[in-house]
Design a protein around this ligand. Sequence first.
Ligand SMILES: Nc1ncnc2c1ncn2[C@@H]1O[C@H](COP(=O)(O)OP(=O)(O)O)[C@@H](O)[C@H]1O
Ligand SMILES: [Mg+2]
Ligand SMILES: [Zn+2]
Length: 279
Amino acid sequence: MAQPPNPAPSAPTQALPGVDRIVAIGSGKGGVGKTTVAVNLAVALAELGYVVGLLDADVYGPNVPLMMGRSEMPSVQGGNLIQPLRQHGVRFMSMGLLNPGDKPVIWRGPMLHSAMQQFLRQVEWGSLDYLLIDLPPGTGDISLSLAQSVPLTGAIVVTTPSDVSLQDGRKALNMFQQLHVTVLGVVENMSGFTCPHCHRDVDIFSHGGGERTAEKFGVPFLGALPLLPEVRQGGDSGRPVAAAGQDAPAARPFFEVAKRVAATASAQDGDGEVVHVRA
Ligand SMILES: Nc1ncnc2c1ncn2[C@@H]1O[C@H](COP(=O)(O)OP(=O)(O)O)[C@@H](O)[C@H]1O
Ligand SMILES: [Mg+2]
Ligand SMILES: [Zn+2]
């Protein structure tokens, strides 16, 4: 008998041993700053004292190694577990480490699913407070595969304040709700810009739409991150602004979002739905 076109997602039961909270970072669109948010949140949470892993699940455009500033081939030790790289206090893994250079990954759904399984279960993550997952843009196979593979604490949706980004952001919010993934909140990135020359505020991508969208969906608003040259430079140079610590002006908004994520995620722990037990 043929499979129904949209099989109802079954709730995954097999947690990752030792990993307390798994948080996915998604968006409807590319280029809105998902990876920038994922990397800086990971580094900020690590700076705040949490043990953090970061899985780059964007196999099509794996930018985490560049933004973290490390890209050597990971080693395989004891048994056949892949060792994540460590940088800026964060353990991370990316397809970009296994497939370096500019060769594209051209895969069908089942291969993506098994790659996700390996990244989750054959990487020696160790004990983690947080595993952040940088999703590819959109509402495709990888998000579905992830939601079916491990119990997620929740997802964060990143959007810019432009109507175009918000339109796709609403799709991502609907996707997580359909997959029964709790939305921890919305982050508005590239929200406003202060001209370094005349110090006037310029709303390049507008502002406020992320908060209104969060309200409309009844999910928390986790904060606004301004458009800052230092953020782009930090990404391109492999030194995310959050690595400068929470007193650095460019890093401050990321730490505010990180603290809200931690507060929202720990509120999630209390509701009894998903309980992660440390190995
Ligand atoms: N708040 C920001 N200020 C300045 N540049 C940013 C900001 N957020 C993202 N960028 C830059 O925008 C580009 C796209 O961001 P990226 O994180 O790769 O987006 P995505 O992962 O959603 O495709 C990168 O060059 C990044 O450095
Ligand atoms: Mg990205
Ligand atoms: Zn100006």
